[in-house]
Ligand binder design. Structure first.
Ligand code: NAD
Length: 479
């Protein structure tokens, strides 16, 4: 059984959770200890005790630890990728790519520990100097979702530690395996006892305890809008710093002048790969009149060739949906779309067993056409391999439709026109804009995040992560 890591020790939990392979539900990936509220508080106590020394640790010490963690993750990418694909259901190449990303993130923030920055300015008063420096916050509570079981923990844990914070990490209940493997690497990395703690368990118990404990200085959260709102309310109530990354309903515009091959590739890649379970997935394709029918036909042709199968099998394009409840949600939205008058143009069938007879949560990717902007399929996040198509008269209407959403994470455009590409980059109300590229798939060394209902607070990743994980101090000295 895989235990929680609290105050430098591996501890049994109050309960056990079973991690099931969505590609073959007979396969038990492992059993994981679930912490309760008391153990969560123990972890917070340990982190609080470790903070004074860790916050004053040298940049070299932090660099060495984070760099070594990154090196081990990269060296073990095939093994960790296999575990990730097995527990979450993204294909093996995607899972290995995610693990590599996690390793690179640790290496990036190892470097950031060496260059914290700061400013020295002359004062407006004679003889006085002003320094602006950044300091660690204290204990950071980290709450992550199931769809990126190692990369999202990495892009929160690495900067938190790099800037001198201590961590209490609560991974998603559904996929604790990759998070546990990451914690195991961190447990051997030379971090002083209590600096990093892993508490697996339920959101309503472990997560809620983190939110409410006054010793947690800041909470960084990625997950659904509904939980994000709870995180915000709890943090505001006790004036804790918080950061939220939540859902999306990301548009991709396809203009008449687009290269058809590029447009189809962008749509299929970011709509269906990783089973559509990415916050940056393109779930609304907004297509202008002149290319609409050709584009839809070409997307369907491509969808016919996608192999839906065991995530770890060579040749699989689309793995299973993560669990029964998410599969049910995907199917429910297919029903809602059709009831509201849209057309299921391709796919959408659940496949109970693959060719080898493995029972899994397989769903053939679905394309929904003839939709209108107010339909629920165009307003609410499905979080599965379900993509809708909206017809637009011209670029101007396509832009209005793209921005007509409560979300604002990512947005894309397929066009060969510099004029429209430039205009879209300026006028899209999304945090990340892609031209002739899939909306999903971003670099690890630049800011990540959205606007409107998708995100709250400073950006994650890249140098901009410092905004969340540090607090600024302004010091004045009379010489
Ligand atoms: P979720 O909100 O159900 O859970 C996220 C985390 O919050 C889990 O660890 C969960 O245990 C915890 N949690 C649940 N209830 C809690 C509570 N009351 N208090 C504290 N913690 C609690 O989300 P999910 O289903 O794991 O993930 C899917 C969602 O994540 C989608 O909406 C997706 O768009 C979003 N997501 C967003 C991004 C982004 O960067 N914007 C990235 C990945 C996923």
């Amino acid at each position: 059984m895989n235990k929680n890591f609290i105050a430098g020790e591996w501890l049994d939990g109050a309960r056990i959770s079973r991690n099931i392979n969505p590609s073959d539900t007979r396969d038990l990936v492992g059993e994981y200890a679930q912490a309760d509220a008391a153990q969560t508080r123990l972890a917070i106590t340990a982190a609080e005790a470790a903070f004074p020394a860790w916050s004053l640790s040298t940049p070299q010490q932090r660099f060495d630890i984070l760099d070594a963690v990154g090196t081990e993750i990269l060296a073990r990418r095939a093994e960790l990728g296999d575990l990730l694909a097995r527990e979450e259901g993204k294909t093996l190449p995607e899972a290995i790519g995610e693990v590599a990303r996690a390793g690179n993130i640790f290496k990036f923030f190892a470097g950031e520990a060496l260059r914290p920055g700061g400013e020295a300015l002359p004062s407006v008063r004679p003889g006085v100097g002003v320094e602006i420096t950044r300091e660690a916050l204290g204990v950071v509570g980290i709450i992550t979702p199931w769809n990126f079981p190692i990369a999202i923990p990495a892009w929160k844990i690495a900067p938190a530690l790099a800037y001198g914070n201590c961590v209490v990490f609560k991974p998603a209940d559904l996929v604790p395996g990759s998070a546990w493997a990451l914690a195991e690497i961190l447990s051997r990395s030379g971090l002083p006892q209590g600096v990093f703690n892993l508490v697996m368990g339920r959101g309503s118990e472990v997560g809620a305890t983190l939110l409410d404990d006054p010793r947690i200085a800041a909470v960084t959260f990625t997950g659904s809008v509904a939980t994000g709102q709870k995180v915000a309310a709890a943090c505001v109530a006790r004036m804790a710093k918080f950061q939220l990354e939540m859902g999306g309903k990301n548009p991709m515009i396809v203009l008449d002048d687009a290269d058809l091959g590029v447009a189809v590739n962008c749509a299929v890649q970011s709509g269906f790969f990783s089973t559509g379970q990415r916050c940056t997935a393109s779930s609304r394709l907004i297509v202008t009149e002149g290319i609409h029918d050709r584009f839809v036909a070409a997307v369907i042709e491509k969808m016919k060739s996608l192999k839906v199968d065991d995530a770890r099998k060579a040749g699989t394009d689309i793995g299973p949906v993560v669990d029964q409840s998410q599969l049910g949600q995907d199917q429910e939205y297919l029903g809602i779309a059709q009831a509201e008058g849209a057309r299921l143009a391709f796919g959408g069938e659940a496949i109970e067993r693959n060719a080898e007879g493995q029972p899994g949560f397989y769903l053939r990717p679905a394309l929904i056409t003839d939709t209108t902007p107010e339909m629920r399929i165009n307003r609410e996040e499905v979080f599965g391999p379900v993509v809708s198509v909206l017809r637009a008269r011209d670029y101007e209407q396509a832009l209005l439709l793209a921005n007509d959403t409560p979300f604002g994470l990512a947005a894309g455009i397929a066009t060969t026109s510099l004029k429209y590409a430039t205009h879209f980059k300026r006028h899209s109300q999304a945090g990340m804009v892609m031209v002739n590229l899939p909306t999903a798939g971003v670099d690890y060394h630049v800011p990540f995040g959205g606007r409107k209902g998708s995100s709250y607070g400073p950006r994650e990743q890249g140098r901009y992560a410092a905004e969340f994980y540090t607090v600024v101090k302004t010091s004045y000295t009379m010489a």
